[in-house]
Design a protein around this ligand. Structure first.
Ligand code: SAH
Ligand code: SF4
Ligand code: F3S
Length: 431
């Protein structure tokens, strides 16, 4: 008999892909997706632990699920918070039926069938598991190239929720990319916590290969027109990688360079492994090699050891690199991390630093966006929006909207930009 699955996904792109894997496995058990929680036989939440806020959100969300669900339905908690809180979730929310940690996704069918199932083994090896096929988008495919993270940055809980780093064999990745091209998706989006450290460790014997080699091999697949990836680590941005990135015509010219802090001292405290100078050297070399690149970053403001002078270093990097996109967060102490017990910076100071940084970024962004007016961008259209608008991404990752209808979807077209806002560009398709 057909059953309905409702799934809510929080967190990063790795969780989005994990949710696709969960859906694929459950489709084999006769589940069908629904957006209507009231009719769902199974309600899942795929959680994030990276900051404290999303963890609070988990308990308020599942409390709300419990109120509206139909009799006999099940609630499962998956993902990174499932890994880090484990059985505590049953204690705080006794109505939860199962807890399935990140990196244990392949056990979803067993979890659904077993009362009070719990599995949170962060060393469980899913790097060669053959998941079923489900894709949220017909236009692009997320592809995992590694699981876990070996870096152990002082503030970060991810190594405790996703375990040690393991690369997925190249053959599995290439086959997945070929299947993606065969279904007509022109874009692949490679995922991992440290993608440019690819090839360091596999579960079984494997030929020697690094991320640059993998990119080249993927770019040889017919039908793939765009390759994106996240997250690369600034430490591993060697010349070979920057050169392949810049010269390969299928690799989209947008690079994520998670800075975290511009101060060499704070970077050392964070155990990031690079200095302010190294970061600037890599970012400016990239701008040099690839003038059309857009660079995004993540920044943590008010790390416990950050002085005003350290913060000024972060601002200095912002002014020099002029990032196209900045994701900035106040430091949030996380359990099981070395930075957990450090004395916090006063919250007023932290908020003031965050809003100063965001204000500066907005000024830089306004300049970047208005400079696009009059320019042409190649846009791959993926999404229908309100008011007869269709949206897509430029090769350099700007969000671009035009007037049009579904016949634009899945096509790559030239757009002349006529208007710029902070978050999007607007224009007309040209021939
Ligand atoms: N592997 C990626 C990061 C994944 S976590 C990388 O190294 O870039 C995504 C972002 O969350 C991080 O880049 C960081 O900026 C932020 N983050 C992680 N832990 C945090 C914490 N304890 N407090 C605030 N922000 C944090
Ligand atoms: Fe976390 Fe650092 Fe690993 Fe990124 S590289 S997931 S910030 S430990
Ligand atoms: Fe991603 Fe959040 Fe886990 S950012 S790796 S879902 S802690």
């Amino acid at each position: 008999m057909k059953k309905f699955l409702y799934i809510q996904t929080l967190g990063c792109a790795m969780n989005v892909r994990d949710s696709e894997h969960i859906i694929a496995e459950l489709k084999n058990q006769n589940y069908e997706l629904t957006n209507d929680i009231n009719i769902a036989d199974l309600i899942l939440i795929n959680t994030c632990s990276v900051r404290e806020k999303p963890v609070h959100k988990l308990f308020s969300e599942i409390g709300a699920f419990d109120k509206v669900r139909k009799a006999g339905s099940k609630i499962g908690v998956c993902g990174c918070t499932a890994s880090h809180l484990g059985a505590e979730i049953f204690r705080r929310a006794p109505f939860v039926d199962f807890v399935l940690g990140a990196r244990n996704v392949s056990k979803i069918s067993q979890a659904v069938q077993t009362p009070k199932f719990i599995s949170t083994d962060i060393n469980y090896d899913e790097s060669e598991f053959a998941f079923g096929e489900f894709r949220g988008s017909p236009y692009k495919s997320y592809i995992n190239i590694m699981i876990g993270c070996d870096k152990k940055c002082s503030y970060c809980i991810v190594p405790q929720t996703r375990g040690d780093e393991l690369s997925i064999p190249a053959k599995i990745i290439l086959d997945e990319a070929r299947r993606s091209a065969a279904r007509g998706a022109k874009e692949i989006f490679l995922l991992g916590q440290n993608v440019n450290n690819y090839g360091k460790r596999f579960s079984n014997a494997h030929e020697k290969i690094d991320f640059s080699d993998l990119l080249v091999r993927l770019s040889e697949i017919e039908g793939i027109e765009r390759i994106r990836f996240t997250s690369p680590h600034p430490l591993h941005m060697d010349d070979k990688f920057l050169e392949v990135f810049s010269s390969n015509s299928k690799i989209c010219k947008s690079m994520h360079m998670p800075l975290q802090s511009g101060s060499t001292k704070v970077l050392r405290d964070m155990r990031r492994g690079y200095t302010k100078e190294w970061f600037l050297d890599r970012a400016l070399k990239l701008r040099d090699l690839c003038p059309d690149v857009s660079i995004s970053t993540d920044i943590i403001v008010a790390y416990p050891t950050e002085s005003e002078a350290d913060f000024a270093d972060t601002i200095d990097v912002l002014k020099q690199v002029k990032f196209e996109q900045v994701f900035s967060f106040k430091f949030s102490p996380r359990p099981h991390t070395p930075a957990q017990n450090l004395a916090l910076i006063d919250d007023k100071v932290a908020s003031a630093r965050l809003s100063y940084l965001q204000g500066l970024h907005n000024e830089i962004l306004d300049e970047i966006m208005s400079a696009q007016v009059g320019r042409g961008h190649e846009v791959y259209f993926e999404e229908l929006r309100e008011n007869n608008q269709v949206a897509g991404r430029s090769f350099s990752n700007f969000l671009v909207c035009v007037n049009g209808s579904e016949e634009l979807l899945g096509r790559t077209l030239n757009v002349k930009i006529e208007k710029a806002a902070r978050m999007a560009l607007y224009g007309k398709v040209t021939l």
